[in-house]
Design a binder for this molecule. Structure first.
Ligand code: KMH
Ligand code: ZN
Length: 281
């Protein structure tokens, strides 16, 4: 097994806002383009090179509005060179067409580098986050047209097995494919080390993988993932706390902790240029 010093820089993604996190529960949640740009800059300074992006409207409600994405992406790019991964998941119940809308920016300067592609349907509490096979195929074609690199969001083993076959059938989409194992979300697999290992071991070694633990799983999943050579996603979309009962001060505080742990474990942290090289985008 390779040691952490043998290369394999760690890519840190920060999911700064999300569609479900509420400002009333986490006052540091960035929701305006200005707040999101400031948060992205702080995350970049703390070691993140990808921002997973949802946006909010003037009332703070989640939206897939093309123009709000444009405004926010331009504001982020004004202050730092991070890669932007837009959400095509949106909020539960969003129409499929609205989920694809931000892929097609009119201003080339606001074109996203990447987009999340959710690989199956899952229960979130009493709601259903629907991603049928035709939905996935529709979003895939939209991403192909927009030349946006998918990150495969996978919540359990069935989705992973489907996603692996999907990658074989769609080799043009992204080389190497990048899987984000989301653990602890709704009816998906929980954030145990056993689940992480089981899922990670199914991913071919020539593919890229990372993980995001939801809620209290964020820190343990990040630690195990960075030690196993995967990439890490943290952020207030996935978890509002720094530790039990203590709210995170900011997205950057969560990123900075991962950077410190990587340093302690001798895992180098990818800069933006390395991230682009690793992902080929
Ligand atoms: N907000 C969730 C329904 C994604 O960004 O692709 C979906 C989500 C996943 O956040
Ligand atoms: Zn998201």
């Amino acid at each position: 097994m390779k040691s952490n010093q043998d290369g394999n820089p760690l890519i840190i993604t920060c999911a700064i806002t999300g569609a479900e996190t509420e400002k009333s529960k986490q006052p540091a949640l960035p929701i305006t383009p200005k707040e999101q740009a400031a948060a992205a800059l702080e995350c970049y300074q703390a070691g993140a090179t990808i921002i997973h992006l949802h946006v909010r409207d003037h009332n703070g409600k989640p939206t897939q509005d093309l123009h709000r994405f444009e405004e926010t992406i331009l504001a982020i790019r004004e202050v730092c060179p991070v890669l932007i991964e837009i959400s095509t998941g949106g909020a539960v119940g969003d129409s499929l067409h609205s989920r694809a809308a931000p892929l097609f920016q009119k201003n080339p300067k606001a074109q996203p580098n990447m987009g999340s592609l959710n690989m199956g349907t899952i229960n979130f509490g009493n709601e259903i986050f629907t991603n049928s096979i035709p939905d996935i195929e529709f979003l895939t074609n939209e991403m192909r047209k927009a030349k946006v690199r998918p990150t495969y969001e996978v919540y359990d083993v069935g989705m992973l097995e489907y996603a692996l076959k999907f990658c074989e059938k769609n080799p043009d989409l992204a080389t190497p494919p990048f899987f984000n194992l989301v653990l602890g979300a709704g009816s998906g697999s929980s954030g145990s080390l056993e689940n992480l290992l089981f899922l990670k071991n199914k991913i071919p070694t020539q593919y890229l993988w990372g993980a995001a633990g939801i809620g209290r799983f964020q820190l343990p999943i990040a630690v195990h993932t960075l030690q196993m050579g995967g990439h890490v996603r943290v952020g207030l979309e996935d978890n509002i706390f720094y530790s039990k009962g203590k709210l995170a001060k900011s997205n950057a505080e969560l990123v900075a902790r991962i950077s410190r742990l990587a340093l302690e474990l001798d895992r180098p942290i990818a800069k933006v240029e390395e991230t682009k090289r690793i992902l080929g985008c």
